[in-house]
Design a binder for this molecule. Structure first.
Ligand SMILES: Nc1ncnc2c1ncn2[C@@H]1O[C@H](COP(=O)(O)OP(=O)(O)O)[C@@H](O)[C@H]1O
Ligand SMILES: [Mg+2]
Length: 245
């Protein structure tokens, strides 16, 4: 579905993404892990058009993404969350999600349709009760959920998640795991960057390990966490999946 080929991103002398190739298959739940500074967020910024690569290609079902604007890539079916949450703080939670609906398609939607779709996304992540609150007043855990709802309100075929769980209390992590499973089961492909490796192990079908902008290893979750190089450069010790509630 998504093909990243020989992608390189330089910031001055720093090579953040280094000749990287990666595939997300249709309906796949792909986990991406790697140390701080490995290039994970940069990869999302490149896929979504916030950055233009130094070289290489990115295609969604064969259509080239490099050179397109972020809103265009969103309309092609890719949505993302931000590691540093970006709510429209002075607007309500519902208005935040409605804004995503309005920007997500070339077709006009009525206020009623936008409100329904926004509320649906908020309900899915467990924020229905907070829909009238100002987004800036939410807890960090709920701001993370709002990031997810805003992405979902665009009805993506591919959802890119940048540490959507890190910083959330354990109860929210368990909730979000259920939400992500449901989203995936409904046919959405997911690329999830997450520092909580046990969560990745519990959710992802395939795990890609990024290190210094390059592929360190990829494979089944159970193989990744026992791989000596992955343990040495990232995990520190072998890990097991978080038992789901
Ligand atoms: N806009 C930027 N300008 C300069 N350097 C950047 C920029 N964005 C990221 N970097 C650098 O690229 C490297 C990868 O960063 P990032 O993609 O944020 O890593 P990760 O998300 O894996 O922690 C880091 O060394 C970071 O400092
Ligand atoms: Mg990051």
């Amino acid at each position: 579905m998504l093909e990243v080929r020989r992608l390189t991103m330089r910031f001055g002398g720093l090579v953040a993404i280094d000749d990287l190739s990666l595939t997300v298959k249709a309906n796949q739940f792909l986990g991406v892990i790697g140390p701080n500074g490995a290039g994970k967020t940069t990869l999302l910024n490149l896929i979504t058009g916030y950055l233009t690569p130094s070289s290489g290609s990115i295609t969604l079902e064969g259509a080239a993404l490099v050179g397109r604007k972020p809103y265009h890539i969103c309309r092609m079916g890719i949505a993302r969350t931000f590691q540093v949450v970006q709510p429209l703080a002075e607007m309500t939670v519902l208005e935040n999600a409605m804004t995503s609906v309005f920007y997500s398609g070339p077709h006009r939607v009525s206020i009623t349709q936008a409100r329904d779709r926004a509320f649906e996304a908020l309900s899915l992540v467990g924020l229905a009760e907070q829909s009238g609150m100002l987004a800036g007043a939410l807890t960090l855990g709920n701001k993370k959920k709002l990031e997810l709802a805003r992405a979902l309100a665009t009805r993506p075929r591919l959802l890119l998640l940048d540490e959507v769980m890190a910083g959330s209390p354990q109860s929210d992590v368990i909730d979000l795991m259920h939400v992500l499973r449901a989203i995936h089961a409904s046919g959405t492909s997911i690329l999830m960057i997450e520092h909580l490796v046990p969560v990745i192990l519990a959710l992802a079908e395939h795990v890609f390990v990024l290190n210094f902008g390059q592929e360190l290893y990829q494979g089944r979750p159970e193989d990744v966490v026992t791989h000596p190089e992955v343990i040495e450069s990232y995990l520190g010790k072998p890990l097991t999946a978080l038992a789901d509630a």
